[in-house]
Design a binder for this molecule. Structure first.
Ligand SMILES: Nc1ncnc2c1ncn2[C@@H]1O[C@H](COP(=O)(O)OP(=O)(O)O)[C@@H](O)[C@H]1O
Ligand SMILES: CC(=O)N[C@@H](CCC(=O)OP(=O)(O)O)C(=O)O
Length: 261
């Protein structure tokens, strides 16, 4: 099996990705890893909506998506950000191919809660074969989290963290990295190096994890439940790894205590 690594690039630092970030991706490929990039773009969507004077609101970290908002979401994610990222990768000599999740049913979804959230999608299926084919050609897929319904009649806005988690699980990836604008989960301004599933829930309840970090850690937990073993939150503003180790917060599966006798 290929050593697939899913890298979710958050919109929070997509314009500030360091040279080292791209060089690290190249290095991963040279070390035999097959990266798949899934990107977000929340802040850029906010800016264009504001310029167009279109109101939008977040409910539990998810953008309520009317058809009008959806047009802007697609324009920014698939029209602008995917292409920019692919061009940057080419500048560093990395062969990448930009795709939206609705290409060839790459990400299929259904409405999460149409009444309250409109066109927000929950992933149901990933076109695994398509991604495997692209990876076998040594291309890095750069995916925007727009999904399509099973009957292709509807398209959906999927939170990029959940899209990345669904892809990592479907591809049986070795690792998923949530690349964001902070060096990991912070508590009292210090990075927490490792945290268990239960501790994550406590950190949310205590109000340590808030805002955009909530959908990220929930997606991280979902990927652990889906069978992933290595889940990390790392910064895109600094090198991804040092001395062969990724730098950031590792979210660990709860260890089951087995008692004998
Ligand atoms: N405990 C925490 N540790 C680190 N960041 C946190 C925490 N709680 C909330 N955050 C916020 O989460 C943000 C990252 O989420 P978000 O802005 O959605 O990023 P992205 O666009 O990369 O997905 C950080 O910039 C920070 O403001
Ligand atoms: C449903 C939903 O909220 N979709 C997100 C998709 C982009 C995203 O997730 O971007 P970040 O990674 O920068 O947060 C949105 O509309 O902002």
């Amino acid at each position: 099996m290929e050593k697939i690594i899913v890298i979710k690039c958050g919109g929070s630092m997509i314009d500030d990705l360091s040279d080292k970030f791209f060089m690290d991706i190249k290095q991963m490929q040279e070390n035999g890893f097959k990266p798949i990039i899934v990107h977000g773009g929340g802040p850029a969507i906010n800016r264009l909506l504001e310029n167009l004077q279109i109101q939008s609101e977040f409910i539990n970290g998810l953008r309520k998506t009317t058809p009008e908002v959806m047009e802007v979401v697609e324009m920014v994610l698939s029209g602008s950000i995917t292409n920019k990222l692919v061009r940057s990768m080419h500048t560093y000599g990395i062969s990448a191919i930009g795709m939206t999740g609705s290409d060839s049913g790459l990400i299929q979804a259904e409405a999460k809660d149409f009444e309250n959230l409109g066109l927000v999608g929950e992933v149901t299926t990933i076109n695994r074969e398509l991604l495997l084919k692209l990876l076998s050609m040594n291309l890095i897929p750069v995916i925007s989290p727009i999904a399509i319904s099973e009957n292709s009649n509807e398209y959906y806005n999927v939170n990029a963290d959940s899209a990345a988690a669904a892809i990592a699980v479907a591809m049986s990836a070795e690792k998923i990295l949530f690349v964001t604008d902070v060096p990991g989960i912070l508590k009292d301004q210090q990075v927490i190096e490792t945290v268990s599933q239960n501790e994550v829930h406590s950190l949310i309840e205590e109000g340590v994890i808030t805002g955009g970090m909530i959908p990220k850690v929930l997606a991280a937990l979902k990927s652990l439940e889906g069978g992933m073993n290595r889940v990390m939150i790392v910064s895109g503003k600094s090198p991804l790894y040092k001395k062969g180790q990724f730098i950031g917060t590792t979210i660990l599966k709860e260890q089951k205590v087995v008692s004998f006798g």
